[in-house]
Design a protein around this ligand. Structure first.
Ligand code: FAD
Ligand code: NAD
Length: 467
């Protein structure tokens, strides 16, 4: 079987690359080692986590905020089995949607582990042990990532777990000890805190979501503390042991004292590493970076071997589904002879807690470090009519604009529907809008998006109307 393009891995990077290749008239195959398509994102990542986040948020509101809206409920309870079943139905609907898209675009799907025989030949080893060979003029590696482990801490997948197991528990933990106050920890921690678990977060850095603008982490910590989560910041985990149904996690305080926490589950969420096992990269001379095992690529996302590209979590940059998708499109268009472009500065980042956290562009810390002169405009949701009506008063929108030109350099928001609202900031920055440009555009009233306009007004000569 001969193809113009073979894509290895069917996550958001791989399947989007395959579809774009097919749209451009290239004969395309996709190889996937699991028996469903969609990769980490659809099977054990973005989609199942958001399904559980939505279900747990409904429960939390029913238990805690409905009464303020004048809604009375009796005998409220959790059917966790149904919650998990629904999550799986959402996953199944999405993954079968990808199978449909492969057929629609006439992309051949080969299930099995793909490995390089040579730079144009991929051996596909199926689950039953049989092998087939396919050849391609170009190969796109989109094999994604897997959870990082700590060298001194064994993940038994029963009591000491990764996000994959945390999405498939059969009970709500009584006490979930979380290692890592990053995106996965806080999203899945929120799910279980809302369902009644005690959640303790041990984070190595001095703030949660430490790579985002510091103001966001501070506000999010305040809100999650109200939800009942507790935080051990600047603490260093030293080990974890399992005895029966108990996990004991030991860690050092910033002063060097040793402490321990006992829970029934420990979720290790300390990042992810590129996944290249079994690909046979050494056979064709592709090397991986020592740290994070990422495949090295040039600006065209081509590896050191001509005609072999790599995209998504397996290469440098943010490990985000939409970043992988954009890279899939970019490589397909490059192979077809087009001249596509990605602005990595404008890839938004979102944390799907409630309130949601979303950001794009430069943080205040980055602007300071680069010596850029900037001005700030902020608007709190407690001053928004829409947020008052819904009762979502936590959070703010912060706009950073160039002190001289007024060009928007970064937007950082925490608040209701921030995940959707950040799109306005991306569009504005893609077109190099100034804060005043956004201030002068009509925003429907009452909407949460007015907070973006108000923050821009605040950055424009302190002209916010409602604060
Ligand atoms: P993946 O989605 O990891 O797909 C790689 C695929 O390659 C897998 O299906 C794998 O089985 C296959 N594969 C690997 N090796 C081989 C081989 N040799 N042969 C054949 N197939 C192979 N990102 C967001 O943007 N938003 C979110 O809300 C979000 N939530 C997340 C929640 C969780 C719990 C997790 C774990 C991640 C989340 N992410 C989220 C990150 C997102 O899932 C990844 O960034 C994204 O899936 C990366 O896409 P990819 O195509 O590079 O790789
Ligand atoms: P992360 O990098 O977001 O967070 C890991 C956290 O663990 C960091 O805060 C880090 O300081 C901390 N940490 C590292 N070692 C530690 C240790 N020994 N003790 C205590 N804390 C330690 O990683 P993640 O949350 O595992 O997520 C992995 C990837 O998946 C991320 O790159 C993220 O982009 C992606 N993801 C994205 C979303 C989303 O877009 N909403 C959701 C989930 C995951």
């Amino acid at each position: 079987m001969q193809y113009d393009v073979i894509v290895i891995g069917s996550g958001p990077g791989g399947y989007v690359a395959a579809i774009r290749c097919a749209q451009l008239g290239l004969k395309t195959a996709i190889v996937e080692k699991y028996n469903t398509l969609g990769g980490t994102c659809l099977n054990v990542g973005c989609i199942p986590s958001k399904a559980l986040l939505d279900s747990s948020e409904h429960y939390h509101n029913a238990a805690h905020t409905f009464t303020t809206h004048g809604i009375k409920l009796e005998n409220l309870g959790i059917d966790f089995g149904q919650m998990v079943k629904r999550k799986q139905e959402v996953v199944d609907a999405n993954t079968s949607g990808i199978s449909y898209l492969m057929k629609k675009n006439k992309i051949d799907t080969h299930f099995g582990v793909g490995s390089f025989k040579d730079k144009n030949t991929i051996t596909v080893k199926k689950a039953d042990g049989t092998e087939t060979e396919i050849t391609g003029k170009n190969v796109i590696i989109a094999t994604g990532s897997k959870p990082s482990a700590l060298p001194f801490l064994k993940i038994d997948k029963k009591r000491i777990i990764t996000s994959t197991e945390a999405l498939n528990l059969t009970e709500v933990p009584k006490h979930l000890v979380l290692i890592g106050g990053g995106v996965i920890g806080l999203e899945l921690g929120s799910v279980y805190a809302r369902l009644g678990a005690k959640v303790s977060v041990i984070e190595f850095m001095d703030g949660i979501i430490p790579t985002m603008d510091k103001a966001l982490g501070k506000e999010l910590q305040k809100v999650l503390t109200k939800l009942g989560m507790e935080f051990y910041l600047g603490h260093k985990v030293t080990g974890a042991t399992v005895k029966g149904k108990d996990v004991t996690v030991t860690f050092d305080t910033p002063k060097g004292e040793s402490k321990e926490l006992k829970g029934d589950y420990c979720l290790v969420a300390v990042g992810r590493v590129a996944y290249t096992d079994g690909l046979g990269l050494d056979k064709i001379g592709i090397t991986v970076e020592e740290r994070g095992r990422k495949i090295t690529v040039n600006d065209h996302l081509e590896t050191s071997v001509k005609g072999v590209y790599a995209i998504g979590d397996v290469i440098k940059g943010a490990m985000l589904a939409h970043k992988a998708e954009d890279e899939g499109t970019l490589v397909a268009e490059l192979i077809a002879g087009q001249k596509p472009h990605i602005d990595y500065n404008l890839i938004p980042g979102v944390v799907y807690t409630w309130p949601e956290v979303a950001a794009v562009g430069q943080t205040e810390e980055q602007l300071k470090a680069a010596g850029v002169k900037y001005k700030t405009g902020s608007f709190p949701f407690k001053a928004s009519g829409r947020a008052r009506a819904s009762g979502d008063l936590d959070g703010f929108v912060k706009v950073l604009a160039d002190a001289t030109t007024d060009e928007i350099l970064g937007v950082h928001m925490i608040g209701p529907r921030a995940a959707d609202m950040i799109a306005e900031a991306v569009v504005a920055m893609e077109y190099r809008a100034s804060a005043e440009d956004i201030s002068r555009m009509s925003h429907a009233h009452p909407t949460y998006t007015e907070a973006m306009r108000e923050a821009c007004l605040a950055a424009t000569e302190n002209r916010a109307i409602h604060i």
